[in-house]
Design a binder for this molecule. Structure first.
Ligand SMILES: Cc1cc2nc3c(=O)[nH]c(=O)nc-3n(C[C@H](O)[C@H](O)[C@H](O)COP(=O)(O)O)c2cc1C
Length: 347
């Protein structure tokens, strides 16, 4: 199987082409530091053969970025030491690990942060993911707050480097802050950070450049989706050309891996082909990781062929089965993911 062959990814030698996608477990210490079980939890995926482990979303600042209670952070220098234990444990297990950095924007749990900021004023529809209460109305970030958001990402990325991570992933997907700026439905700003696609891209590109500046040549992935936690059906006004332009701009600014996350990786978008394939065509030699709805090794192998991805990631199958790869290889049954499994103890 191609999937099980080693892969050179931006200077890293991965044992295979199967990643663990980011999964928020919300079991850090109350101050955002890494809790006792997190190093062994992440190392287990490496020991079970995952070619790449991407951490859960890590908050970049204490002002407005934390999406969930007990979400881990890289907002303070004191957070570095715990993440170093995670990185060391994954490395000792023979694995490779990226830190996923996130600003929650208007999807943050109400009352968690001193400020509740978004691209534009208003509340996400429906309820929050963690506690199930109505999403709160957010305030449009000011220009000064935008500067602070960019600095937060860069500082968190520098701390991730200090902790020894092998790469960084920016959470640009699913309706969190970077995606709120990128998407026409959530960005109704009338200043330079809104309006046409160039305006909607302004903050995401500033973040990419600042993070690239902070991490040097470390691999930098962008997690991209169309669907959002509060809007499963979003389509960009410019369709195929728009998503391709976004991908090209991100790569030109310093992203060197695209992680395309969908409900179903092989499903065609309205323009007739899977999103990952559309993006892979746009960015030429840039590696693309495809995600969404894969359940078996056979699914994943077929998706590699049909979507132009060099690698796949899975989330729910790994959550329900930390030994998902070995179970598949031995032909054993795998457990199905059930909502709420993420709240179970890490080990
Ligand atoms: C419990 C849970 C937590 C998640 N947390 C994150 C996260 O922190 N960051 C992120 O980018 N995606 C997150 N996701 C989305 C997954 O990474 C993935 O894109 C999605 O589940 C689809 O992949 P799958 O079909 O393999 O599960 C989460 C998904 C689940 C089920």
């Amino acid at each position: 199987m191609t999937l099980l062959q080693p892969l050179q990814l931006r200077g890293l030698l991965l044992g295979n082409r199967i990643a663990v996608a980011a999964m928020s477990r919300m079991q850090a210490n109350d101050d955002g530091s890494v809790s006792e079980d997190m190093p062994a939890y992440y190392a287990r995926y490496a020991a079970e053969g995952a070619g790449l482990v991407i951490t859960e979303a890590i908050a970049t600042d204490d002002v407005a970025a934390r999406a969930y209670w007990r979400q881990p952070c890289l907002s303070r220098d004191s957070h570095v030491e715990g993440w170093r234990r995670v990185v060391d444990a994954v490395h000792e297990a023979g694995g490779t690990v990226f830190a996923q950095l996130q600003h929650g924007g208007r999807l943050c749990e109400p009352g968690l942060n001193p400020s509740h900021l978004a691209a534009s004023e208003g509340a996400a529809s429906g309820s929050t993911w963690q506690t199930g209460i109505p999403n709160a109305s957010a305030r449009e970030a000011t220009r000064q707050e935008i500067d602070a958001i960019v600095e937060g990402f860069a500082a968190a990325a520098a701390r991730a480097c200090a902790a020894g991570f092998d790469g960084i992933e920016l959470h640009g997907a699913r309706g969190y802050l970077l995606d709120q700026f990128l998407s026409a439905s959530t960005n109704r700003r009338t200043d330079a950070y809104g309006g046409d696609l160039a305006g909607r891209l302004k903050l995401p590109l500033r973040v990419v450049r600042a993070v690239r500046g902070a991490v040097g040549r470390l691999p930098l992935s962008w997690n991209f989706s169309l669907y959002k936690m509060d809007d499963a059906a979003y389509q960009p006004p410019g369709g195929r050309e728009e998503v391709q332009a976004i991908a090209r701009e991100l790569v030109a600014a310093g992203v060197d891996i695209l992680h395309v996350t969908t409900r179903k990786l092989v499903r065609a978008e309205p323009w007739g082909e899977p999103l990952a394939l559309t993006l892979a065509k746009a960015v030429g030699g840039t590696p693309v990781i495809g995600n969404g709805g894969l359940k078996t090794l056979e699914d994943a192998e077929a998706a590699l062929d049909s979507t132009g991805c060099g690698m796949v990631s899975l989330a729910r199958p790994w959550l329900a089965n930390p030994d998902w790869l070995r179970r598949n290889q031995r032909g054993e049954d795998v457990l199905a993911y059930e909502p709420g499994m993420e709240r179970r103890p890490l080990l």
